[in-house]
Write a protein that binds this ligand. Structure first.
Ligand code: NBP
Length: 487
């Protein structure tokens, strides 16, 4: 009697995923490498601790672990992303049989997953690179799971992965096949980038309420509570309310004692780098990543504050009038962020031939993960409409929403700028929106400059697209054109 699945890596994610699988009726073999010199290893501690009395079988020998799993074997790796995954795969290959399936559930770079799918398949195995979102809590009680890679593996792993996934409010599991190669990890990466954006936007709403409206933490919590009953209903808004109300042991609001220097682990940065590689604007997430970097320069900001703006303009916003405008800025900017994120997914899909289903991706994120929200239903509906929009903001529903939100959004950004209060993500989104809504942009001058100094050529308004011209701007340049590089 062999087990249904094996899981490698008993750190926080692996442990909880194994318990989740077991609770859904699967027999699970678990393995963790043994650290020399440690008396009671990770496996023993787990088996004698949280796993006691459960259908979880611990192994410290990799061969015995592999042999304990029923064919075709399904082995989920929950180890640190990067070289540990490659090392583990090399150790596993000699122990596997053709048709066995490796699942990498860590936060791997999608290009590593592209490579690993090819490598595993060249040896007769199947490889699934799966984003898993939701942290410890999601791993135990239901995560958002984004599998991609060897499609032949999907029918085999589907019952297990869907059983441990979160359920959306309509009961659908938040786990669906994403596409080939590293597409599952690419989608997870964009998810994390969007998470950076959402957090920055909520932080800016908080900052305006705190600094320009002088609201107390409880008053702000009440505003977020109200928003959580409407279109902004989401996990991040909900936890923001709890954070604002939270008091430490001495009875003080903890939020006021937390240092304003944000950390990051790199998935936001990856989203931006990949958007740049694909030639796609992802300004809101980029702003969120850069704001974390700037926040971390606390010392520099403290000395700059007294030197650059010693006396702030005095602006106080009236509560009744301005809460709606902050809502508009937050909701509209969030829409811009998702529109940018999904446009990057579409471009990646076209470039790599992944045939991503964007409606399905939106539905995957409705439960289990950090960015879960009701508004993902509207996004899924927009992408599923008979005439799929060229851009999310051009879907009739969102187009109308943006028109309604614009007056409050721009008033808020203008007011914050006058008050010398930074709202970089609100304003980045607004500038993107204005550029997107401009049939003409000053890029004609950029093209002229490029051609002037580098013979980079330009297209003309009065000829068909695709014909490139070079002007002899100074009368003494040559006619040689530079090779074009267009993303
Ligand atoms: P970590 O990312 O901290 O990884 C620790 C695990 O990797 C341990 O089991 C460790 O074994 C194992 N490991 C390492 Br390190 N090098 C290894 C090697 N060369 N061979 C075999 N095993 C090795 O754990 P985590 O936080 O549970 O995350 C697991 C994965 O899930 C990561 O990719 C992470 O990015 C991703 N993820 C994490 C979260 C989260 O909230 N933590 C959320 C979503 C996704 P040891 O015990 O012997 O050191």
């Amino acid at each position: 009697n062999k087990t249904h699945i094996g899981l490698i890596g008993l750190a926080v994610m692996g442990e909880n995923l194994a318990l989740n699988m077991e609770s859904k009726g699967w027999n699970v073999s678990v393995y963790n490498r043994t650290v020399p010199g440690v008396e009671e290893g990770v496996v023993e501690r787990f088996i004698n601790g949280r796993a006691k009395g459960k259908n979880l079988h611990g192994f410290t020998d990799l061969k015995a672990f592999v042999e304990s799993i029923a064919a075709p074997r399904k082995i989920m790796m929950m180890v640190r992303a990067g070289s540990p995954v490659d090392e583990l795969m090399e150790q596993l290959f000699p122990l596997l049989s053709p048709g066995d399936i490796l699942i990498d559930g860590g936060n791997s770079n999608y290009e590593d997953t592209n490579r690993r799918v090819v490598l595993a398949e060249s040896k007769g195995f199947l490889f699934v690179g799966s984003g898993v979102s939701g942290g410890e809590e999601g791993a135990l009680n239901g995560a958002s799971i984004m599998p991609g890679g060897s499609v032949k593996a999907w029918p085999e792993v589907k019952p297990i992965l869907q059983s441990i996934a979160a359920k959306a409010p309509d009961g659908t599991p938040c786990c669906e096949w994403v596409g080939p190669a590293g597409s599952g990890h690419f989608v997870k990466m964009i998810h994390n980038g969007i998470e950076y954006g959402d957090m920055q936007l909520i932080a800016e709403a908080y900052w305006v309420m705190k600094n320009l409206m002088n609201l107390s933490n409880d008053e702000m919590a009440n505003v977020f509570d109200g928003w959580n009953e409407g279109k902004l209903r989401s996990y991040l808004i909900e936890i923001t309310t709890n954070i604002l109300r939270h008091k430490d042991k001495s009875g003080d609001y903890l939020i006021d004692k937390i240092l304003d220097a944000a950390g990051q682990k790199g998935t936001g940065k990856w989203s931006v780098i990949n958007a740049m590689e694909l030639g796609m604007p992802l300004g809101l997430i980029a702003t969120a990543v850069f704001e974390r970097s700037l926040s971390a320069q606390k010392g520099l900001r403290v000395s700059a504050a007294s030197q650059l703006i010693p006396q702030h303009a005095s602006v106080t916003l009236d509560k009744n009038e301005w809460i709606d405008r902050i809502f508009s800025a937050l909701y509209a900017s969030k829409l811009v962020s998702y529109a940018q994120g999904f446009a990057v997914l579409q471009r990646a899909s076209d470039t790599f031939g992944w045939q991503l289903n964007l409606a399905s991706v939106a539905r995957l994120w409705r439960g289990g993960c950090i960015i879960r929200s009701v508004f993902l239903n509207d996004i899924a509906d927009a992408f599923e409409a008979a005439d799929k929009p060229e851009h999310l903001l051009l879907a009739p529903y969102f187009c109308k929403e943006m028109q309604t939100l614009l007056p409050g959004w721009k008033a808020l950004v203008a007011q914050a700028m006058t008050a010398e209060l930074p709202v970089p993500a609100f304003s980045s989104a607004l500038n993107y929106f204005y550029s997107l809504a401009s049939s003409d942009l000053p890029a004609n001058l950029v093209q002229a400059q490029r051609d002037y100094f580098g013979a980079h050529t330009f297209e003309r308004k009065d000829t068909a697209r695709g014909q490139f011209f070079h002007e002899n701007w100074t009368g003494h340049g040559g006619d040689t054109q530079s090779g074009t590089y267009n993303v």
